[in-house]
Ligand binder design. Sequence first.
Ligand code: ATP
Length: 547
Amino acid sequence: MLKQPKLVIKEVSLAWTFIKCKDNQSFVKITIFASNFIKTILTMNQEDFFKKITAHAKEYGFIFPSSEIYDGLSAVYDYGQNGVELKKNIREYWWKAMVQMHENIVGIDAAIFMHPTTWKASGHVDAFNDPLIDNRDSKKRYRADVLVEDYMAKIEEKINKEVEKARKRFGDAFNEEQFVTTNPRVLEHKAKIEEISHRLYGAMEANDLDAIKQLILDLEIVCPISGTRNWTDVRQFNLMFATKMGSVADGSDTIYLRPETAQGIFVNYLNVQKTGRMKIPFGIAQTGKAFRNEIVARQFIFRMREFEQMEMQFFVRPGTELEWFQHWKQERLAWHLSLGLPAEKYRFHDHEKLAHYANAATDIEFDFPFGFKELEGIHSRTDFDLSRHSEFSGKKLQYFDSELNESYTPYVIETSIGVDRTFLAVFSHALKDETLPDGSVRTVLSLPAMLAPYKAAVLPLVKKDGLPEKAREIMDMLKPHYMLQYDEKDAIGRRYRRQDAIGTPFCITVDNDTLNDNSVTVRNRDTMQQERIPIDNLTAFLHNNLH
Ligand code: ATP
């Protein structure tokens, strides 16, 4: 993770010193000043973080703003030469775990355009809405439900602080379970969260936009930018992008850019089941672009208007779905942990409010530098989708279970993860400024080796004495198996830094001794340790160390 600027900490403590030496009356004013000040700093911190990530991603060819020469397009990004490799590796790592490793899961690649009735059947035309609200002073637009959820998250933070304080006070004797169920302050916070979520989700369910606005006013939620409560009314906004199909716009049907890849799987359920002779339980996986006209899209690639999903729908016998839901919860978490990032970076967030068609749902959240946020959703969707498509298409989308000797509409467990959010998670965690023993600072991108764009760089120490030719031989030997970079420009130290910055796990240096002993120096990106390895052992070395 990125280092926090030291300046911020110094300035916060200065603000506190200032507060402490004031009389009571000014104390209130100064507290308001200080809380706004701290808020500004926290916002600045987040902005600094995004600036650093965005700048690194751009400078090293990972991500560019879309159509940048025309000043870019809001919340749309292009992946550059290194970004495309990282993204492809994430996709392939997922595909291998989900499809290759499961004999009962197969993949498809459905078109982005789908028959318009698809989106009526799925409920997206009527209900794929977000409630939006504007602040009249800052002119910023927000998702009304997210404003309230952020407020609840702050109360939850207070609970966590109480728990941590008590843990310190009681030491080994601390019983967290007992504490959170009996401590009056924690209970008060919990009751508040419950009351707010009851009001919020009740209002969302009833589509009562006035009640959502009233909740925002009652909680005295202010705009993080202007600090005021000058809110407009809440309005519903459909997130699907619509366009017209065919060369004559008049009279042609409105079609939509798909807002999720899942529906391409549902409409192909029968095709795949029959042609693949699939037996329940079985899954269909798909990766591909999805489009949402997001109201607030300010967090780099976390929330984009065009993004990529990796989804799997797992079809099961009715009545077994909750067992399978638990199974996929654990299996998906294990996939995330297999990337080697710390376990405490992940947590489940079980949904309190379930969509009307779901009987269980959870998110796997990741601790991004801007807090825990959804990375993947796992949903038990009952038979809702297949039943609705049956109803709207008039085609029977069922399964004949020969063991039970009966036909039924399968139930579905869905796992749905964003490629771009996974990219942001691993990229933001991997990017570090490291102070070396000699006091210099290196920027290193410690990506999981299997995801790194290039697995190794081949570097002749100097551009003469036959070293480039030898290095080229090594390139030719390894290129068919691994993505490699060849670099002979600049001093070796600078070349190492360039590779560190794009996350290349190994640098293979060819020096004068190589010509005599047929060995090379292999430098490890993370430890910076170097070891001498015979060229003949390089393939095996990379094979053993790139996972
Ligand atoms: P959020 O609550 O953050 O809007 P969601 O619940 O709408 O997300 P899903 O519909 O469950 O998201 O989509 C599955 C996954 O697709 C998400 O977990 C996320 O990784 C990814 N995703 C969804 N919307 C976006 C987006 N606008 N930009 C990037 N990735 C997205």
